[in-house]
Each structure stands twice: as C-alpha cells, then as structure tokens.
Design a protein around this ligand. Structure first.
Ligand SMILES: Nc1ncnc2c1ncn2[C@@H]1O[C@H](COP(=O)(O)OP(=O)(O)O)[C@@H](O)[C@H]1O
Ligand SMILES: [Mg+2]
Length: 373
C-alpha cells in the first residue's frame, strides 16, 4: 500500500504537437480506489503507463510511497498491472501463469504455492489451476490475470479497462468482485474505464479527463450533483444531462419554450451573472407540471416515447432543442402531444457560455478540481 502523488505530470509523444497528458495533479489516499474516466484518446492509458514506468513523463514528478520514481525502472516500482488483453502465457497452466513473477524473483517454492493458492481461493478459481488459458472462458481468464497481479502483493494496482472484453452481464459481476477484492486487500488502485457507469459504481474518487487534461476530481456523488463544467455534466449521468441555451435576468432563466424561476438561494449564488447562459437539466429531474405554476416550466412537443416499464423516456422538442425526460412508471403519452414539464430550482445547473464552467452551485465540502491529500 502506498500514497501515489502526481505533480504537474505531462507527456508529449515525439517532438511536436499537443501533450497527450497535461498538468496532471493528484494525491491519492493510502489504499484509495481512484478511477480515471474519459473518452477514448483523452490520456488515461498514458497516465497509467507513466505511473508504471512504461513511459517517461516529459514533465513533473511521480512519487510512490513518498519516493520519486522518475529514475526507477518498472519492475522496481512495486506495481502490478492488469490490462484489457489478459496476455496470459498460452503454454503455461493457470497456476504457472500466476506463479511466474514470483519465480522470476526466485521466491521459495512453498511461498509461491501458498500465494497462488490463496489468490486462487480469493478469486474462486482453485478448480482451474491445472488448466491452460485456452480452456478458460473470458471471465475466467480475466480472473487469472487479476490473480497474477494479486500474488505479487504490490504497493499499487494499475487496471486499464480490464473488463472491456467481457460481455455486459459478466462485466457487472466482475466490477462488483473487483470492488470487494479492493475492500479486502486495501491496495491503492488506479482503474481506467471509458464507461461512466463503471466509474460511478467503482470509484472512491473519479478523475474525469478530456484531451489530456483533468476536468474534475471528485467523489461520484459530487460529480453528479456539482459538475464543474459542461463536459463533466454531460459525461456523468445516464441518460445525459439536457442543455438549453437561454438568458438569465432577475432570477429567471428562460429561452424558447421555457421559463424557470430560481429560488432565493440559487438567485444569490448566481447574482453576479446575467445574460446568455447554458441551462442543464438531468432527464430524471424533469416531471409533469401539475398546473399550479403557470409561466414556470418547459413546454414541449413529444417526438419519441420509450416505455421501459420502470420509467418512460420521452424526447420532446422545446423550441429548437430536443430534450429527454425520464418519467417514473408507465405513462400514456403519444407522439405529437404537448407536455408541460417542471424542474425544481435546486436541480438546475447553469454554465457560462464562454468558459462552459458551472456557475453558482458548490458542494458543501468543496473538493472540486483541486487535488486533496
Ligand atoms: N506511443 C504513442 N505515440 C504517439 N502518440 C500516442 C502514443 N500513445 C498514445 N498516443 C496519443 O496520446 C493520446 C492519449 O492516448 P491514450 O493515453 O492511449 O488515451 P486513452 O487511454 O484515454 O484512450 C492520444 O491522442 C493518442 O493518439
Ligand atoms: Mg487506453
């Protein structure tokens, strides 16, 4: 176990062009489970490879357990990696695959056997130890890859999209197992995914990245409730947040087809802003208006209705913008219907149109984009 610290870390491949990773700052807690999430190409793997020592950072410092590892080769960093491709040795049995790194370290045979047996038990693969990788399912191979990492008792686990090759159901099972495994082993873990649901369900803290830059570092619930900018707001949450252009004046935001009055606290928080604005509303925060608040809500024409049983998803045109509303239960709504929707002021998100930064709402215990010890 160890604290991992990245200070102003940047990576440039070759001599020209943009940084693949830029100005990355993060201090983990000892034993923390940190998820890096963002679209393909945003620099997640590059960050992991720099922590592992497979790539040199072009700028900044990386410390593991307080030690600057810039000059330390990968095999001396006391890190174990698990990748999307399991890269098991095909000619070796499961037990031999798991034992391999300990054999290289010339550990005594009894110790190796004890560690392999213990890891196999933890992962529920004791009965597979004599099989070859080709005799295993995808989920079983992924367990072996995890087992190979566990037997090394590293200070840090690096997992780069380890579940991407598994089917959806198995992925959900395995992500719960990795969380349980982490609770038991308490090893500081960096986990990469492009899937925001995986990030939200697994991460103690989540680093949201885009174009090589950190957008926000926070707990899952703070990312959901207090996204720092429009990118994070749209990336975290499923279905995605709706965005409407509008103007803010005298405590009211409005645009074509909608008008929403901010409550006193929200008005105070955005007091220094007026004029053009983005309004963000999550689909699950829209509800059918009960008619007692005329001139406060959204008016739309239904374009698509999806009946999912537990919820009804409705796409409607509000002015020029199509938004999604997630209404609880089964609703009798038809294409072409006019709907009046409402949203509570404390569920509205406002964003600056130039910077895309969130305006006005702050988490109680602010941790926002700053790295915390
Ligand atoms: N070995 C490399 N040489 C040059 N460019 C690279 C190399 N590896 C990654 N990149 C570039 O760096 C950026 C970040 O890549 P990567 O870290 O793999 O993203 P992610 O894992 O988030 O999908 C991308 O633009 C990618 O094309
Ligand atoms: Mg990657």
């Amino acid at each position: 176990m160890a604290i991992v610290e990245l200070k102003n870390v940047a990576k440039q491949y070759g001599s020209s062009g943009n940084n693949a990773v830029d100005n990355f700052n993060l201090v983990t807690r000892d034993g923390e489970f940190v998820v890096l999430v963002g679209p393909s190409g945003c620099g997640k793997s590059t960050t992991m490879r720099m922590i592992a020592g497979l790539e040199r950072n072009t700028e900044g410092e990386i410390l593991i357990g307080g030690r600057d590892v810039s000059q330390v080769p990968p095999k001396e960093r006391d890190i174990a990696m698990v990748f999307q491709s399991y890269a098991l040795y095909p000619h070796m049995s499961v037990a031999e695959n798991m034992a391999f790194s300990l054999k290289l370290k010339k550990r005594p045979a009894e110790e190796i056997k004890a560690k392999v047996d213990e890891a196999a038990k933890t992962l529920g693969i004791e009965h597979l130890l004599e099989r070859k990788p080709r005799e295993l399912s995808g989920g079983q191979r992924q367990r072996v890859a995890l087992g190979r990492a566990i037997v090394r008792s590293p200070q840090v686990f690096l997992m780069d999209e380890p579940l991407s090759n598994l089917d959806a159901k198995l992925r959900v099972d395995m992500r719960a197992e990795i969380v349980k495994l982490h609770k038991r082993l308490k090893v500081t873990t960096f986990y990469v995914t492009h899937d925001q649901v995986e990030a939200m369900t697994m991460g103690e803290r989540i680093v949201v990245m885009k174009d090589g830059e950190i957008q926000q570092i926070d707990t899952p619930i703070n990312l959901y409730e207090y996204p720092a900018n429009r990118f994070v707001a749209g990336f975290i949450g499923n279905p995605s947040m709706n965005f409407l252009r509008g103007t803010l004046a005298d405590g009211v935001v409005g645009g074509e087809g909608y008008r929403l009055t901010l409550d006193a606290a929200h008005q105070a928080a955005v007091a220094s802003h007026h004029g053009d604005i983005w309004v963000g509303i999550r689909p699950e925060h829209l509800r059918l208006a009960d008619g007692d608040e005329p001139n406060n809500g959204l008016e739309g024409t239904v374009e698509v209705v999806e009946t999912l049983g537990a919820v009804t998803m409705v796409q409607l045109a509000v002015g020029e913008t199509t938004i999604t509303a997630q209404l609880p239960g089964h609703r009798q709504i038809a294409i072409g219907d006019s709907l009046s929707l409402a949203c509570d002021s404390d569920k509205l998100h406002l964003f600056d149109v130039d910077s895309d930064r969130a305006i006005g709402r702050e988490p109680a215990a602010a941790s926002s984009t700053a790295a915390e010890a």
